[in-house]
Design a protein around this ligand. Structure first.
Ligand code: LLP
Length: 411
C-alpha cells in the first residue's frame, strides 16, 4: 500500500538523506483503532521497536510484549511500567530464560509468558508467586512462510499441548501464579485457521481444571503486500475471538480478558524504505537496477522471498510509470542481495518503470520487520528512521556513525 505521496517521499529523501526508513504516525493510530474492541492490544515490538514508536503506542493505550532484555529496556525507555498490576503493561515472551534475563524478570517482577516447562522451573525456583502466562503450541500452525509458522512439531515454540498438565504441576509445585493462556501459531495467518485456533483455546481452557483471568489470541494478522491480497476484516476477527472468549467465560463462570498481540498489522503499512538508484546494467536477459540499500537493511525478500511493492520516483517526486522487466538489487557482496526474489532465492524480474541513476526507489509496507531485522553486514551502518506526524517529519533515529560501528572493538 502506498501510504505516502510520491512528493512526500522525495522530500523526505532529500531532507533526511536517503537511504532511510519513513513511518506515518496517522496510519499506525488508524490500525490501532481497528483493534480497539480487544480488551488489551499488546504490541509485539519485534516488528518495530523504535522507542518513539513505542511511545506512540503507549499514548494510544497499547501495551507491549518484549522478547529480550533489549526489548525490556526499550519498553522502560518508552515509559511502560514493567511491574504494573494486571493487565500488566509489559509481558516477556520467550522459550528460554538466559541467566541475565531470569535475574532481571525476577528483580523487576516482569510477567513471563513461558514457552517451555524449563522456564517455569527456573522462574518458580527463584520467584514464587511470580505471574506467568502459558504459551501453548496446539500441535498445528500456519504462516506466510514455513519460517514464520510457529505451531506444530517442527516449531520450537510454546509448551506442547499434551504437556499442559505437566506445566500446571510445575506451577502448583513452585507457587507460580497463572494469569492466562496464550497461543500464537504463526505470522501471516488467515481466517480459515482462526476458527481452529479459537477452538483449540476453548478446549485447552476446558481441560485446565483451574482458574485464569485472561486469554491471548497472539498476533499473526496479515496485511495485503500485493495488489489483490485480501485485507483482514478486523471486526470479524474480533467476533471469532469474542465468541471463543464467551465460551471460556461460561467454563470459568466469570469475565475473562481478551488480549491480542499484533506486530505487523499495526506498523507494516505505515513504513517505507527509500533508497537511491546508483547503477543500472543489463546482463544477458536480465535488466538490473542497483540501489544503495541492501538485505542488511530490508532482509525480508532475501530471507522469505517476501514481496514489497516498489515504486520509482524522479528526484522531484514525480512517480514514473512503465513496465520494464527489472531485477532490483542492493550493494552487498552477495548474489542473494536481491529485492525481487521468491522464497528459496529464485531471482525474479518485476515489471517496473524504467529507473535511472539518481531516481528514488521506494519499498512499501516495510514498517514491520524492516529496521528491526537490519544488520551491520558488510560493515554498513544502520539507516536513520523518520516519523511523519501532524507536526511534520521528525528524525527518530539518526544514521549510525563509522565510529559507533567500530566502538565495540576498542578493547
Ligand atoms: N507474538 C509472538 C509470540 C510472536 O512470536 C510474534 C511474531 C508476534 C506475536 C507478532 O506477529 P505478527 O503479528 O507480527 O505477525 N520476521 C517475520 C515475522 C516473524 C514473526 C515472529 N514472531 C517477517 O518479516 O515476516
Amino acid at each position: 500500500m502506498k501510504t505516502f505521496s510520491a512528493t512526500q517521499l522525495a522530500t523526505l529523501a532529500e531532507q533526511f538523506s536517503a537511504p532511510l526508513w519513513v513511518y506515518d504516525a496517522a496510519m499506525i493510530r488508524a490500525r490501532i483503532a481497528q483493534l480497539k474492541q480487544f480488551d488489551v492490544i499488546r504490541y509485539a515490538q519485534k516488528a518495530n521497536s523504535n522507542t518513539h514508536i513505542l511511545r506512540l503506542m503507549r499514548e494510544q493505550g497499547v501495551m507491549v510484549d518484549a522478547v529480550s532484555l533489549g526489548e525490556i529496556a526499550r519498553a522502560r525507555q518508552a515509559g511502560y511500567d514493567l511491574s504494573s498490576a494486571e493487565p500488566s503493561e509489559v509481558v516477556f515472551t520467550a522459550d528460554v530464560l538466559d541467566r541475565a534475563t531470569l535475574e532481571q524478570v525476577v528483580a523487576e517482577r516482569i510477567v513471563v509468558n513461558a514457552g517451555s516447562i524449563d522456564m517455569l522451573r527456573q522462574l518458580g525456583a527463584l520467584s514464587p508467586g511470580h505471574r506467568v502466562w502459558l504459551r501453548i503450541n496446539p500441535g498445528f500452525g500456519h504462516g506466510h512462510s514455513h519460517k514464520t509458522n510457529t505451531g506444530g512439531e517442527n516449531s520450537k515454540h510454546g509448551i506442547w499441548h499434551a504437556d499442559l498438565p505437566a506445566a500446571l504441576e510445575v506451577i502448583a509445585a513452585t507457587g507460580l501464579k497463572l494469569v492466562g493462556i496464550h497461543m500464537h501459531i504463526g505470522s501471516g495467518v488467515d481466517y480459515g485457521h482462526l476458527q481452529q485456533v479459537c477452538g483449540a483455546m476453548v478446549e485447552l481452557v476446558g481441560s485446565l481444571g483451574q482458574d485464569i483471568e485472561a486469554i491471548s489470541a497472539g498476533g499473526g494478522l496479515s496485511i495485503p503486500y500485493r495488489d489483490g491480497d485480501g485485507r483482514i476484516d478486523t471486526a470479524h476477527y474480533f467476533q471469532l475471538w469474542d465468541a471463543a472468549r464467551k465460551q471460556v467465560e461460561q467454563l470459568l463462570g466469570h469475565a475473562v480478558r481478551l488480549e491480542i498481540e499484533p506486530g505487523r498489522f499495526l506498523v507494516a503499512e505505515a513504513g517505507a524504505l527509500i533508497a537511491e538508484v546508483r547503477a543500472v546494467k543489463d546482463m544477458g536477459s536480465r535488466h538490473f537496477v542497483l540501489v544503495d540499500a541492501g538485505f542488511n537493511d530490508l532482509m525480508r525478500p532475501s530471507l522469505y522471498g517476501s514481496y514489497h511493492e516498489i515504486s520509482v520516483l524522479e528526484r522531484n517526486g514525480t512517480e514514473k510509470s512503465g513496465a520494464v522487466p527489472t531485477v532490483v538489487a542492493g550493494p552487498l557482496c552477495e548474489s542473494g542481495d536481491v529485492f525481487t526474489q521468491q522464497e528459496g532465492g529464485v531471482v525474479e524480474s518485476r515489471l517496473l518503470p524504467q529507473a535511472e541513476v539518481g531516481d528514488w526507489l521506494v519499498f512499501h509496507d516495510a514498517g514491520a520487520y524492516g529496521a528491526t531485522m537490519s544488520s551491520n553486514y558488510n560493515s554498513r551502518p544502520l539507516l536513520p528512521e523518520v516519523l511523519l506526524d501532524a507536526a511534520g517529519p521528525r528524525l527518530i533515529r539518526r544514521r549510525q556513525t563509522m565510529a559507533e560501528l567500530l566502538a565495540l572493538e576498542a578493547v
